[in-house]
Design a protein around this ligand. Structure first.
Ligand SMILES: [Zn+2]
Length: 86
């Protein structure tokens, strides 16, 4: 698939098979081997419409997952600011 040039830096975009984390209806899903265009220069990711549609379709059909993984969840409480010494 042709991705053209990167719209941010004009770099060359190469398609790679990536692992994608997506959330559908609040549910986190991981897709493996998703073809995504990646700028060789700045790393910007480019998604083709049909690829996004396919992932959403797979999520909606609730196909049987290859495996189910557990993900650590954290309550963000803020980071204590370092003491400033004058
Ligand atoms: Zn770029």
């Amino acid at each position: 698939m042709d991705y053209g040039k990167c719209e941010y830096c004009g770099g060359h975009i190469v398609e790679k098979l990536c692992t994608e984390d997506r959330r559908y209806n609040g549910e986190l899903m991981v897709f493996r081997n998703v073809p995504i265009g990646i700028c060789q220069k700045c790393g910007e990711r480019y998604y083709k419409g049909p690829i996004l549609e396919t992932m959403e379709e797979m999520a909606q059909k609730k196909l049987k997952a290859v495996r189910v993984i557990s993900v650590p969840e954290y309550e963000f409480t803020g980071v204590p600011l370092p003491q400033v010494m004058w």
